[in-house]
Design a protein around this ligand. Structure first.
Ligand code: NAI
Ligand code: MG
Length: 373
């Protein structure tokens, strides 16, 4: 029997609270689906700093490199705000991303019917929405050289006398590997990829378009590929988001487009994410899964946090790290069922009000729905 390894890093604030609910879900799959998970748990962020004086111990880093998937809660909090930059909680997260070389950031935007009225767009535009944005995460304008703020000499035409510089730089190899990730993901979903850049005004965009097309033609001719200028992509995302399946784009455009797409579907407490790296020996990518939200110190310790973002992050692990697509679908359907029944944590209460359930109650409802499906 296959044993699926998972390293759980609950972190700080509401991280441990939402992770406890994922534990229940894992337990359900073990007891009812005969799956075997090898789950280990360790510290990250402020919790790791308190114990070891660093936001990620070397032993934890080594463990993360060995497992099929890492599931992280959230890091940070006011207690750690004045720490030296080098040991701040988010440095733990950054170290994981960097040393695992997680170059593809996955941000799904999925609209559960029961929450369609939460969207800032009309119900008929977002109902049933299920798209996945793949953002290149390790290169592009956030890392390109040269960069900096320079003195512009005594240039009389430059009031203020300074120049700010960043460089958008992509190698063909960097583009090809994130394109491959997007095509692989598309094969597990709707089999369509839309690549976004600005090839009309940027040479790096021309290279992006050519390399994505090359990967398609040579390795994934079965997947439908289209190209779109990113500014048009932004318009299309709010005009008719359901036209998309997988969107692949660079670090900067992906930062903007994924945040915009996320808000098509409502609450921060609902949004999962994944970051993928190169394929491992088993053919599946190195991977870390985490809710988009932070440690929410304003509600930590009160049982108010919505665990669904973390539960859906685990659903992504089922699909992309363990190749358990049917189980991932089942878990997403359980979440949908619970929402359809009107079960809501406080962050999902509409203006009509009602009585919210606690973090633990929401987890129990999801497990109950799994059994009922
Ligand atoms: P945040 O995401 O923690 O919270 C923003 C707002 O959303 C808060 O009002 C919070 O109560 C609410 N919220 C967030 N997740 C929720 C959930 N699951 N259920 C219900 N309500 C939820 O962002 P904020 O306040 O900017 O940052 C708080 C701390 O988290 C900071 O220390 C920040 O550095 C850290 N952070 C960590 C991240 C990570 O670990 N990936 C990402 C973002 C922030
Ligand atoms: Mg952003």
């Amino acid at each position: 029997m296959t044993t699926y390894s998972l390293l759980i890093l609950p972190g700080d604030g509401i991280g441990p609270e939402v992770m406890a609910e994922v534990r229940k879900v894992i337990g359900w799959f073990e007891q009812n689906r005969g799956l075997s998970f090898d789950v280990s748990e360790d510290l990250v962020g402020g919790a790791a700093y308190d114990a070891h004086g660093v936001p990620l111990a070397d032993a934890t880093m080594a463990k993360a490199q060995q497992v099929d998937a890492v599931l992280l809660g959230a890091v940070g909090g006011p207690k750690y705000d004045n720490l030296d930059f080098s040991v701040k909680p988010e440095r733990g997260l950054l170290r994981l991303r960097k040393e695992m070389d997680l170059f593809a950031n996955l941000r799904p935007a999925q609209c559960f019917d029961a929450l369609a009225d939460f969207s800032s767009l009309k119900r008929e535009v977002v109902a049933g929405l299920d798209i996945l944005i793949v953002r290149e995460l390790t290169s592009g304008v956030y890392f390109g050289e040269p960069r900096g703020i320079h003195d512009d000499g005594n240039n009389p035409e430059n009031e203020g006398g300074r120049v700010g510089i960043n460089t958008q730089r992509y190698t063909s190899g960097e583009i090809r590997r994130v394109a491959r990730a997007a095509f692989e993901l598309a094969r597990k979903r709707g089999n369509r990829v839309c690549s976004m850049e600005k090839a009309n005004v940027m040479e790096s965009g021309i290279l992006w378009r050519e390399e994505v097309q090359w990967v398609h033609d040579n390795e994934y001719p079965d997947v439908e590929l289209s190209h779109m200028y990113a500014d048009n992509g932004a318009m299309q995302l709010v005009r008719n988001p359901r036209q998309f399946d997988v969107i692949v784009t660079d670090n900067l455009f992906g930062d903007l487009l994924s945040d915009a797409a996320a808000m098509l579907t409502g609450s921060l407490g609902m949004l999962p994410s994944a970051s993928l790296g190169a394929p491992m020996a088993n053919g599946r990518p190195k991977a870390m899964y985490e809710p988009v939200h932070g440690s929410a110190p304003d509600i930590a310790g009160q049982g108010k946090a919505n665990p669904i973002a973390c539960i859906l992050s685990f659903a992504m692990a089922l699909r992309y790290s363990y190749d358990l697509g049917a189980e991932a679908d089942l878990l997403e359907k359980a979440v949908e069922k619970v929402l359809a029944e009107g079960v809501r944590t406080a962050d999902l209460m509409g203006p009509q009000g009602g009585t919210p359930v606690s973090t633990a109650e929401m987890g129990d409802h999801v497990v109950k729905a799994l059994s009922a499906l």
